[in-house]
Design a protein around this ligand. Structure first.
Ligand code: HEC
Ligand code: HEC
Length: 306
């Protein structure tokens, strides 16, 4: 047993080591509609701005050490008070990433909302953020005419393959499904490193399962598609969907695809929809990378909760 006085001693000493959190100047604040701003201020600013409410964190070491680290890391990755330091494209990308993080329930950090329940986002808050980000995507006509023309040529090329008698098929026997473009969108993600955006779609069975929260495991017949597109950026940095690069499918059938964790994997590349993989065992590559999501039935995407 450690004597009580010693504990107090340690406690008091450690308090004096409290890390200093300061609020550097705001160089340029994010410009978003008022209702979006309110949500960000309420739930994100303590860690992602230079306007941290310094009274909020429980001033007890070691909790404040953790908090100080969160604020440091948070500001490093995303700072709504130094928005002017990002290019318009990066600003847009950070907003996309923010909405993705929020949709997946990864932000605000749970350790924070436990202590600050008022910072938790309601379903409605999440919808407001999602609608805002989608409005950015669809309202802005891309400016890059060369790319748009290329895009038009492309969709014609794609249609030609889709309408041909021979439907492309991967070596493990999975045929391309042209209809995925009409399925509901489950989520969108962006890769900042190579300028692509990915749209994840679900067929009717998948969408029904999401609504009924029966996605662990996903039911047989569910198909998830992930399509990758180039991004087109206009003069204001608005990003919209550009040229098609590839589409991948995961088709659930726990019996038929037993050997591959219940999923049939397939990938078709370019507008020629070239099936990926030389032999049926190409799926090892897919499986290995999806393996960390084992507890989630091998699916990365947490659907935007309806
Ligand atoms: C308690 C502090 C805290 C709060 C509140 C918080 N975050 Fe974070 N956030 C972090 C930390 C720490 C990281 C970096 C490490 C990580 O990814 O876990 C981060 C990372 C991020 C990233 C990735 C940034 C990058 O590109 O590196 C995004 C986007 C993000 N947060 C969005 C949000 C949004 C949106 C909110 C509000 C709805 C929010 N966060 C609330 C602490 C916080
Ligand atoms: C390098 C790692 C990696 C490899 C290899 C990989 N994936 Fe994925 N896959 C991901 C990640 C990460 C996501 C989550 C969405 C995102 O961030 O783009 C994903 C998402 C998907 C999705 C949407 C459903 C979900 O899990 O979110 C499908 C469908 C998919 N992948 C199919 C495939 C197929 C088919 C292959 C093999 C030909 C494959 N993947 C190989 C990393 C990988």
């Amino acid at each position: 047993m450690i004597p009580l006085f010693l504990l107090f001693g340690i406690f008091a000493t450690v308090q004096s080591l409290r890390p200093e959190i300061t609020n550097p100047p705001v160089t340029g604040e994010v410009k978003v509609p008022h209702e979006v701003q309110t949500i960000l201020r309420n739930s994100c600013y303590d860690c992602h701005s230079n306007q941290t409410n310094l009274t909020w964190y429980d001033k007890i070491v070691p909790a404040s050490w953790l908090v100080a680290q969160h604020i440091k890391d948070g500001r490093n990755g995303l700072n709504f008070s130094e928005w002017d330091k990002l290019s318009p494209a990066d600003q847009k990308a950070k907003l996309w990433e923010s909405v993705n993080q929020v949709s997946q329930g990864a932000m605000p950090l749970q350790s924070y909302t436990l202590a600050h329940p008022q910072a938790k986002l309601s379903q409605n808050d999440i919808k407001v953020l999602q609608n805002y980000i989608w409005s950015l995507r669809v309202n802005n006509k891309p400016q890059d005419t060369a790319k748009i023309e290329a895009l038009n040529d492309q969709s014609a090329a794609l249609k030609k393959v889709e309408n041909s008698a021979k439907i492309p098929q991967t070596p493990n026997g999975i045929a391309y499904v042209a209809d995925y473009k009409n399925w509901a969108v489950v989520s969108t993600t962006q890769r900042l490193d190579n300028g692509t955006m990915r749209i994840i779609y679900g067929n009717d069975i998948a969408i029904k399962a999401i609504k009924e929260k029966k996605i662990n495991p996903w039911p047989d017949g569910a198909i998830l598609a992930k399509a990758a597109y180039e991004e087109i950026e206009d003069e204001d940095g608005n990003i919209s969907q550009g040229a098609f690069k590839q589409v991948e499918f995961m088709s659930k059938d726990h019996k038929k695809y037993k050997k591959t964790n219940g999923w049939g994997f397939s990938r078709f590349k370019t507008t020629e929809l070239i099936p990926y993989g030389k032999r049926a065992d190409f799926v090892i590559e897919c499986m290995n990378c999806h393996k960390p999501m084992e507890k989630n039935d091998y699916v990365f995407t947490l659907p935007i909760r309806q």
